[in-house]
Structures are given as structure tokens and as C-alpha cells.
Write a protein that binds this ligand. Structure first.
Ligand SMILES: [Zn+2]
Length: 271
């Protein structure tokens, strides 16, 4: 394990490489800024990331709905300011993550209804009845208020749970242009696009690789994808969107790359 000092050195070198590469402006459509230090947020901004969506997530199952509400309040005030200080436009997304469902979640949902600009991260993890109920309730609010949504799909049982997510989103009647089905893989992309939703491509170890993104856009074009890192309480993955955009730029027309790197995100999240 590298020491903290060594880690810092690696991070600085990593940052320098990006600064020298003439990166294009990017939109990371799914992060958890609360897990990032100000140095890392600044590095993201310096590497070319202009906008981020910071999604609500609590790393342990909360004991009370008020924990969720305070987390939403922090995200929509303190984190937005921290983003600004780092040079990022930080757009908060609030909602009850499927791994954060606690007793009294309805109260947290009321706060979402009264305050959300973007709803997320919502979705299914193991597709239990309560997860389905919570997801449907969020989608009902999003449809009523015309709000964009970031919808999580899990690592396990990916295809089956994604199909279930798509069924629930369909049933809600929400506009296709408001929905990002996130953490898509080469196996789930087709189903998502068939329904007309956007697919979120999360580039990080254990999700998908830069090479997989290249083959996905090669096959399906650039119109219906957004890039993200899902960086949060983990290590050095904060710049994968820039890394991916740079790799795409070497292979494809810059005009097309810009769509997945920034423009589609701006369209969905009305920025
Ligand atoms: Zn996430």
C-alpha cells in the first residue's frame, strides 16, 4: 500500500498529465462529492471538468429519515459552495438511494418533492418490493415536476434488474428525455436505447472501461450517452471522464465526442 505521501505524488503526476493533454470541457454526470477532498475537486476542475452532478448517497443505512434530509441539505448548500470554491458547477441530485432506504423514507421524499432540481441517485439494488415502491414514488414526483432523474442499476444481476428498472420507469409515464439509466454495460445498453432513455457510462474499475465506451459509441453513436466516474469515497478515479473524452478524441470526430463529454448532459440537466 502506498503511503499518503506517495499517493499524493501519484495524484500530482496524474493531474499534470491531464493538464498537458489539452483536454476538452467535460460534464461528469454522477459523482459523490462528499467523499472528495477540495484538492481532488480542484484537480477535476483543472483537468477540464466544468459541471458535475453530485448524487445523494449515505454510506451506511441511515437510522432515521432525518439523516437523509440533513444529507440533502448539506448537498444542496455546503457541497454546492465547496464545488464553487474548487471551480466546478456542482449540481446536487437528491433522492433515496436503494441502499439507503430506512423507516420513514416518505418524509425524505417530501423534502425531495419540495426542493429537488435533479432526482438521484434512485433505482434498484436487489429489486425488493420496498425498493420498487421507493423508485416508483420518486418517478411520480419527477414526472409531476418535470425533473431529470439519475437511475442506478446494480452490479449483480445486471441485465435482469435493469429490465425491471426499465419496466418501472416505463410505467411511470415520465418523458424519455428526463431519464438517465446509469452504470450501463455493453449487455444492457441495447435495452435502454430501445426504450429511448439516455444511458450513463460509468468509467471506473468494476464498472466499464475506456475501451468498452469506445466500442459502445462505435456501435450506437453519440446521441444517447453521458459519461461519469461515480467517484466518491474511493481513490483516484476522479478524472476518468476526461481520460475517456481524450481517448475518444483520438478516434472520433471532436464534434461527436463533445456530445457525450458535455452537451448531452447539459441538455438533460438543463444547464
Ligand atoms: Zn453513485
Amino acid at each position: 500500500m502506498p503511503t499518503d505521501n506517495k499517493r499524493l505524488q501519484i495524484w500530482k503526476k496524474f493531474k499534470r498529465n491531464f493538464l498537458n493533454s489539452g483536454s476538452m470541457e467535460c460534464f461528469d454526470t454522477h459523482i459523490h462529492s462528499e467523499g472528495k477532498g477540495i484538492t481532488e475537486l480542484k484537480a477535476m476542475a483543472e483537468a477540464g471538468i466544468k459541471h458535475v452532478i453530485s448524487c445523494a448517497y449515505y454510506p451506511v443505512v441511515p437510522s432515521y429519515s432525518s439523516t437523509l434530509i440533513d444529507m440533502f441539505r448539506k448537498l444542496t448548500s455546503f457541497e454546492v459552495e465547496r464545488g464553487k470554491k474548487a471551480g466546478l458547477e456542482l449540481i446536487p441530485a437528491v433522492g433515496v438511494h436503494p441502499r439507503c432506504i430506512c423507516r420513514g423514507w416518505e418524509k425524505a421524499l417530501k423534502w425531495v418533492e419540495e426542493n429537488a432540481e435533479v432526482i438521484g441517485e434512485i433505482g434498484l439494488e436487489c429489486a425488493s418490493d420496498v425498493e420498487v415502491e421507493v423508485l416508483s414514488a420518486h418517478l411520480g414526483i419527477a414526472k409531476k415536476l418535470d425533473l431529470p432523474c439519475i437511475v442506478h442499476t446494480p452490479k449483480n444481476n445486471k441485465l435482469k434488474v435493469t429490465e425491471k428498472v426499465l419496466k418501472i420507469v416505463d410505467a411511470s409515464g415520465i418523458g424519455e428525455e428526463l431519464v438517465v439509466i446509469d452504470h450501463a454495460t455493453p449487455k444492457t445498453v441495447e435495452e435502454i436505447l430501445k426504450k429511448g432513455y439516455y444511458a450513463g457510462l460509468t468509467v471506473q474499475p468494476g464498472k466499464i472501461s475506456v475501451e468498452e465506451v469506445i466500442s459502445i459509441v462505435e456501435k450506437h453513436g453519440f446521441e444517447k450517452f453521458v459519461l461519469n466516474s461515480d467517484t466518491g469515497f474511493n481513490d483516484f478515479e476522479a478524472l476518468t471522464v476526461v481520460e475517456t473524452a481524450n481517448a475518444l478524441k483520438e478516434k472520433f470526430d471532436e464534434k461527436d465526442v463533445k456530445k457525450v463529454a458535455i452537451e448531452n448532459g447539459k441538455k438533460i440537466f438543463k444547464k
